[in-house]
Ligand binder design. Structure first.
Ligand code: PEP
Length: 250
């Protein structure tokens, strides 16, 4: 079964989310071939939870506070997400690492807090264009993974999906080749093997994200070392998103 994670980013008011989901639920039948996870802005979580009831679609958030308590005006903690019916949370997206200065230590705290509150984690890792051009992808992935997963027990990896998202591919329309994605996913599995075990490296779920669209999905759908996709911009157009899903299902 392939995992398809949609990241709606800062798009859709609650009313727009309602319209989108009514259409999606009418046109998409739950399937054994894909596992759909939809991650909305905080303000759309309540309506999404209501509409997704009794469907086999997971609900995701796009961020979580790196503290459980305290004077964190504007933040949302793990207990709040859990009680809102959220199943998983995206952590370490490159937009948050860059714009909101999230460092590996904060990302590590966020992961621990999410897991403690019964939320699954989508951990985003990926290199910049400069790193890619200077052949540092391996080093960057290793550093990000080791820092983010520090202090975790092997069994906790069952609730973590790694999203390999090269920063230069996000929202640009440019992607690595299928072979490059596979190489990066293999690197991620090797880091997990070194730091945890062979079994953990085989079982960890890895998805690819970065400009996945209707035109390139068929060349990526049979990647050897990855288990699915994280779709950003393309999920905003329901027709395009459904086409991506059906290509993966075939
Ligand atoms: C993302 O934001 O994680 C992403 C993959 O975006 P896009 O598909 O638009 O590149």
């Amino acid at each position: 079964m392939k995992k398809i994670i949609a990241n709606f980013k800062m798009n859709f008011t609650p009313s727009m989310t309602k319209e989108y989901l009514i259409q999606l639920l009418a046109r998409y039948a739950d399937s054994d071939k894909v596992k759909l996870c939809l991650s909305f802005p905080y303000t759309s979580l309540a309506i999404a939870k209501f509409l997704l009831d009794k469907r086999k679609i997971s609900l995701g958030a796009q961020n979580i506070c790196d503290e459980e308590e305290g004077k964190n005006t504007g933040e949302i903690n793990g207990a709040m997400l859990k009680d809102a019916g959220v199943n998983y949370v995206i952590i370490g997206h490159s937009e948050r690492r860059k714009k909101f200065k999230e460092d590996n230590k904060s990302i590590n705290h966020k992961i621990k807090i999410a897991l403690k509150n019964g939320l699954s984690v989508i951990l985003c890792v990926g290199e910049s264009l400069a790193d890619y051009n200077t052949l540092k992808t391996f080093d960057v992935l290793t550093e990000q993974l080791e820092a983010a997963l520090k202090g975790l027990y092997e069994n906790e990896l069952e609730n973590i999906t790694i999203a390999y998202e090269p920063i230069w591919a996000i929202g640009t329309g440019i992607t690595p080749t299928a072979a490059e994605i596979d190489k990066a996913c293999k690197t991620i599995r090797n880091v997990i093997k070194e730091d945890f075990s062979q079994k953990a490296s085989e079982n960890i779920e890895i998805v690819y994200g970065g400009s996945v669209n209707t035109k390139n999905i068929s060349k990526f759908k049979n990647l050897k070392y990855s288990n699915g996709f994280l779709v950003g911009g393309a999920c905003l157009d329901l027709g395009a998103f459904l086409q991506i899903i059906s290509t993966i299902e075939k």
